[in-house]
Design a protein around this ligand. Structure first.
Ligand code: AMP
Ligand code: ZN
Length: 162
Protein backbone atom coordinates (compact mmCIF):
# COMPACT_ATOMS: atom_id res chain seq x y z
CA UNK A 1 0.00 0.00 0.00
CA UNK A 2 2.05 2.93 -1.25
CA UNK A 3 0.08 5.66 0.56
CA UNK A 4 0.03 4.01 3.95
CA UNK A 5 1.92 6.03 6.58
CA UNK A 6 3.30 3.02 8.43
CA UNK A 7 4.36 1.33 5.17
CA UNK A 8 6.23 4.54 4.37
CA UNK A 9 7.82 4.52 7.82
CA UNK A 10 8.77 0.85 7.33
CA UNK A 11 10.38 1.68 3.96
CA UNK A 12 12.16 4.68 5.57
CA UNK A 13 10.41 7.09 3.22
CA UNK A 14 9.03 8.86 6.26
CA UNK A 15 11.08 9.56 9.35
CA UNK A 16 10.48 7.96 12.72
CA UNK A 17 12.42 7.15 15.88
CA UNK A 18 13.21 3.52 15.04
CA UNK A 19 14.14 1.34 18.02
CA UNK A 20 14.24 -2.11 16.41
CA UNK A 21 13.98 -3.67 12.98
CA UNK A 22 14.56 -6.89 11.14
CA UNK A 23 13.49 -8.22 7.75
CA UNK A 24 9.89 -8.68 8.89
CA UNK A 25 9.05 -5.95 11.38
CA UNK A 26 9.88 -2.43 12.46
CA UNK A 27 9.38 -0.80 15.87
CA UNK A 28 9.38 2.93 16.42
CA UNK A 29 8.37 5.39 19.11
CA UNK A 30 4.85 6.79 19.02
CA UNK A 31 4.97 10.42 17.94
CA UNK A 32 2.43 11.21 20.68
CA UNK A 33 3.61 8.97 23.50
CA UNK A 34 1.26 8.15 26.37
CA UNK A 35 4.24 7.11 28.47
CA UNK A 36 8.04 7.24 28.19
CA UNK A 37 9.11 4.66 25.63
CA UNK A 38 5.61 4.16 24.14
CA UNK A 39 6.49 2.11 21.07
CA UNK A 40 4.68 0.56 18.17
CA UNK A 41 5.56 -2.62 16.37
CA UNK A 42 4.43 -3.12 12.77
CA UNK A 43 4.83 -5.80 10.17
CA UNK A 44 6.50 -4.77 6.92
CA UNK A 45 3.58 -6.54 5.26
CA UNK A 46 0.66 -4.15 4.93
CA UNK A 47 -2.58 -5.26 6.51
CA UNK A 48 -5.26 -3.24 8.19
CA UNK A 49 -6.11 -5.70 10.94
CA UNK A 50 -5.04 -9.05 12.36
CA UNK A 51 -7.75 -10.66 10.26
CA UNK A 52 -6.05 -9.80 6.99
CA UNK A 53 -2.46 -10.26 8.12
CA UNK A 54 -1.04 -13.31 6.31
CA UNK A 55 -0.51 -16.19 8.73
CA UNK A 56 3.24 -16.29 8.04
CA UNK A 57 3.56 -12.68 9.25
CA UNK A 58 1.92 -13.38 12.63
CA UNK A 59 4.78 -15.04 14.49
CA UNK A 60 7.39 -12.49 13.33
CA UNK A 61 5.12 -9.66 14.48
CA UNK A 62 4.66 -11.10 17.97
CA UNK A 63 8.33 -12.06 18.19
CA UNK A 64 8.99 -8.39 17.47
CA UNK A 65 6.59 -7.39 20.26
CA UNK A 66 8.45 -9.68 22.67
CA UNK A 67 11.85 -8.35 21.63
CA UNK A 68 10.77 -4.74 21.96
CA UNK A 69 9.14 -5.38 25.34
CA UNK A 70 12.42 -6.84 26.58
CA UNK A 71 14.40 -3.89 25.22
CA UNK A 72 12.07 -1.41 26.93
CA UNK A 73 12.30 -3.39 30.18
CA UNK A 74 16.09 -3.22 30.12
CA UNK A 75 16.25 0.40 29.00
CA UNK A 76 13.58 1.97 31.18
CA UNK A 77 12.88 -0.54 33.98
CA UNK A 78 9.12 0.00 33.97
CA UNK A 79 6.95 -1.85 36.50
CA UNK A 80 4.80 -3.36 33.75
CA UNK A 81 3.38 -2.87 30.28
CA UNK A 82 0.09 -2.40 28.55
CA UNK A 83 0.32 -4.11 25.16
CA UNK A 84 -2.56 -3.73 22.79
CA UNK A 85 -4.10 -3.11 19.43
CA UNK A 86 -6.77 -0.61 18.47
CA UNK A 87 -8.45 -2.96 16.02
CA UNK A 88 -10.91 -1.26 13.69
CA UNK A 89 -12.38 2.23 13.72
CA UNK A 90 -14.86 1.47 16.53
CA UNK A 91 -11.93 0.74 18.82
CA UNK A 92 -10.10 3.95 17.89
CA UNK A 93 -7.77 2.66 15.17
CA UNK A 94 -6.56 5.81 13.42
CA UNK A 95 -3.82 4.40 11.17
CA UNK A 96 -5.01 1.66 8.83
CA UNK A 97 -1.90 -0.47 9.18
CA UNK A 98 -1.99 -2.99 12.02
CA UNK A 99 0.25 -1.85 14.86
CA UNK A 100 0.84 -3.21 18.33
CA UNK A 101 1.24 -0.57 21.02
CA UNK A 102 3.78 -1.42 23.72
CA UNK A 103 3.29 1.06 26.54
CA UNK A 104 5.61 0.95 29.55
CA UNK A 105 3.67 1.26 32.80
CA UNK A 106 4.93 2.64 36.08
CA UNK A 107 3.35 2.16 39.47
CA UNK A 108 1.22 5.22 40.17
CA UNK A 109 1.29 6.47 36.56
CA UNK A 110 -2.43 7.22 36.78
CA UNK A 111 -3.42 4.87 33.98
CA UNK A 112 -5.92 2.03 34.19
CA UNK A 113 -5.99 -1.54 33.02
CA UNK A 114 -7.43 -2.74 29.72
CA UNK A 115 -10.72 -3.07 31.60
CA UNK A 116 -10.95 0.72 31.75
CA UNK A 117 -10.99 1.07 27.95
CA UNK A 118 -14.68 0.20 27.67
CA UNK A 119 -17.56 -0.70 29.96
CA UNK A 120 -20.26 -1.74 27.54
CA UNK A 121 -22.68 -3.20 30.05
CA UNK A 122 -25.73 -1.58 28.51
CA UNK A 123 -27.92 -3.88 26.50
CA UNK A 124 -26.19 -7.10 27.45
CA UNK A 125 -29.42 -8.07 29.12
CA UNK A 126 -28.25 -9.70 32.30
CA UNK A 127 -29.06 -8.99 35.89
CA UNK A 128 -26.37 -8.85 38.52
CA UNK A 129 -25.79 -12.12 40.34
CA UNK A 130 -26.23 -12.13 44.11
CA UNK A 131 -22.88 -11.50 45.72
CA UNK A 132 -22.73 -14.94 47.40
CA UNK A 133 -22.75 -16.73 44.06
CA UNK A 134 -19.57 -14.97 42.96
CA UNK A 135 -16.38 -16.92 42.75
CA UNK A 136 -13.98 -16.02 45.57
CA UNK A 137 -11.86 -13.90 43.23
CA UNK A 138 -14.86 -11.82 42.24
CA UNK A 139 -16.31 -11.37 45.71
CA UNK A 140 -14.01 -8.45 46.36
CA UNK A 141 -15.28 -6.62 43.29
CA UNK A 142 -18.27 -4.34 43.46
CA UNK A 143 -19.08 -4.78 39.77
CA UNK A 144 -22.05 -6.72 38.49
CA UNK A 145 -21.22 -9.93 36.67
CA UNK A 146 -23.36 -11.76 34.16
CA UNK A 147 -24.96 -15.01 35.24
CA UNK A 148 -22.98 -18.16 34.41
CA UNK A 149 -25.62 -19.15 31.83
CA UNK A 150 -25.10 -15.87 29.92
CA UNK A 151 -21.36 -16.52 29.68
CA UNK A 152 -21.98 -20.12 28.61
CA UNK A 153 -24.46 -18.99 25.94
CA UNK A 154 -21.98 -16.44 24.58
CA UNK A 155 -19.14 -19.00 24.61
CA UNK A 156 -21.31 -21.49 22.68
CA UNK A 157 -22.17 -18.85 20.07
CA UNK A 158 -18.50 -17.99 19.56
CA UNK A 159 -17.38 -21.66 19.43
CA UNK A 160 -19.84 -22.22 16.55
CA UNK A 161 -17.98 -19.60 14.50
CA UNK A 162 -14.63 -21.41 14.60
P1 AMP B 1 -4.12 4.02 16.70
O1 AMP B 1 -5.20 4.84 17.34
O2 AMP B 1 -3.87 2.75 17.43
O3 AMP B 1 -4.35 3.83 15.22
O4 AMP B 1 -2.81 4.83 16.91
C1 AMP B 1 -2.07 5.41 15.93
C2 AMP B 1 -0.86 5.93 16.62
O5 AMP B 1 0.07 6.33 15.65
C3 AMP B 1 -1.12 7.14 17.51
O6 AMP B 1 -0.73 6.80 18.83
C4 AMP B 1 -0.25 8.23 16.90
O7 AMP B 1 0.34 9.05 17.88
C5 AMP B 1 0.78 7.42 16.15
N1 AMP B 1 1.38 8.08 15.01
C6 AMP B 1 0.74 8.73 14.02
N2 AMP B 1 1.63 9.20 13.13
C7 AMP B 1 2.85 8.83 13.56
C8 AMP B 1 4.18 9.01 13.07
N3 AMP B 1 4.42 9.67 11.96
N4 AMP B 1 5.21 8.49 13.79
C9 AMP B 1 4.97 7.83 14.93
N5 AMP B 1 3.74 7.61 15.44
C10 AMP B 1 2.69 8.11 14.77
ZN1 ZN C 1 0.75 -0.14 5.44
Amino acid sequence: MPDCLFCKIARKEFGSAVIYENGDVLAFLDINPRAPGHAMVVSRTHSETLLDLPDEALAPLFEGVKTVTGMLQRALAPDGFTIGINHGKASGQAVDHLHVHVIPRFTGDGGGSIHTVVSNAEGRGWKARPKDSFSPSLKASSEAHPPKEALEEMAARIRKAQ
